[in-house]
Design a protein around this ligand. Structure first.
Ligand code: TRP
Length: 336
């Protein structure tokens, strides 16, 4: 197995939703099918330990996310699709990197700073109240995920850019102190990737609870789409597509020509009820087949386990020998 041209992790919390599909899954599926590229995609279940302390929820989310990625066409034969916790070399590398990372660097991490700020606003005595070492050192685990496979490019959302800078810092430190073993990864933030609006118009996100699950029943999908906020313009009144949540969601799925044709109908006047029905039908047509595959996978989790086991085997063909090299570089090696 080759080192990663592309690598990215998906934290196993929550149910996969339409926003995940257009933002992360769809572009990753396309890359996974490119036979000229070696891409690594993994379920970041160690990362999910940070915020969620409910074992059943973690397990269920891992199952749903794995099933969703496979059902939506991830080419798991061509890429490396694995579960982080199946790769014991990652936590070992995390410790080695932890011992090289200055605490000051972690003090500057956005997620940690946001936690401290929340405490300050709430007026708690201890600014670190409720903040675990997991949250504090999260960027080091992420650095280990990336450096373990010497990933060249890491596609992520904007909120993760700082973590990539930290990864480069940590890698450079290792290379300087011990031996030049790590590639400094490049962050890839694609501005063309759609950011989907949720039911209330803010970014579709688990934290805002404004999301539409990818694989609910057809009936529930329709019901969710009917809930999307619109304004009070009447059926025949001309409407502005550019400020409409329904339109922006449609645009993330449809072709350019289809989008242009719909914009015209907006300006001529389109009833909200009709538009919602149309959006439902459009998305439902895309999801119908994957939904069937998803339901099959969810009821046969053994099939998912087999796919993940194959992925772990491919990943460990890289991580086991590379960790040996890293251990040797730091002076943890056989004495005889
Ligand atoms: N922290 C990332 C997120 O919340 C998930 C993640 C974990 C990740 N390890 C990674 C992303 C390594 C890219 C590379 O989105």
């Amino acid at each position: 197995m080759k080192n990663a041209d592309f690598l990215t992790g998906i934290t196993t919390s929550g149910t996969p939703h339409l926003g995940n599909f257009v933002g992360a899954i769809r572009p990753a599926v396309a890359t996974s099918r490119d036979s000229n590229l070696t891409s690594y995609y993994f379920l970041a279940d160690y990362h999910s330990l940070i915020k969620n302390h409910d074992p059943e929820k973690r397990c269920q989310s891992t199952l749903e996310i794995a099933a969703a990625w496979i059902a939506l066409g991830l080419d798991h034969d061509n890429c490396v699709f694995y579960r982080q916790s199946d790769i014991p070399e990652i936590p070992e590398l995390t410790w080695i990197l932890t011992c090289l990372t200055s605490k000051g660097l972690m003090n500057r991490a956005h997620a940690y700073k946001a936690g401290v700020q929340e405490n300050e606003v709430a007026g708690t005595k201890d600014p670190d109240q409720g903040i675990t070492m997991g949250l504090f050192s999260y960027p080091i685990l992420m650095a280990a995920d990336i450096l373990m496979f010497n990933a060249a490019k890491v596609p992520v959302g904007r909120d993760q850019v700082q973590h990539l800078e930290m990864t480069r810092d940590i890698a450079a430190r290792f290379n300087h102190v011990y031996e030049n073993l790590f590639v400094l990864p490049e962050v890839v933030v694609d501005d063309n990737t759609a950011v989907l609006a949720g039911l209330d118009g803010r970014k579709m996100s688990k934290s805002y609870n404004n999301y539409i699950p990818l694989f609910d029943t057809q009936k529930r999908l329709r019901k969710m789409i009917m809930k999307i906020q619109t304004n009070s313009l009447g059926p025949d009144e001309p409407k502005d597509p550019d400020t409409c949540i329904l339109f922006s969601i449609y645009k993330a799925f449809a072709t350019e020509a289809e989008t242009r044709a719909l914009a015209k109908r907006y300006r001529q006047g389109i009833a909200w009820g009709a538009m919602k029905q149309e959006l439902f039908e459009y998305i439902d047509a895309i999801l119908a087949e994957p939904r069937q595959r998803y339901d099959e996978l969810i009821t046969n989790p053994g099939d998912i386990e087999n796919i993940l086991a194959k992925g772990a085997e491919k990943a460990r063909a890289v991580s086991v020998p590379f960790l040996e090299k890293i251990r040797s570089a730091v002076g943890i090696r056989s004495l005889g």
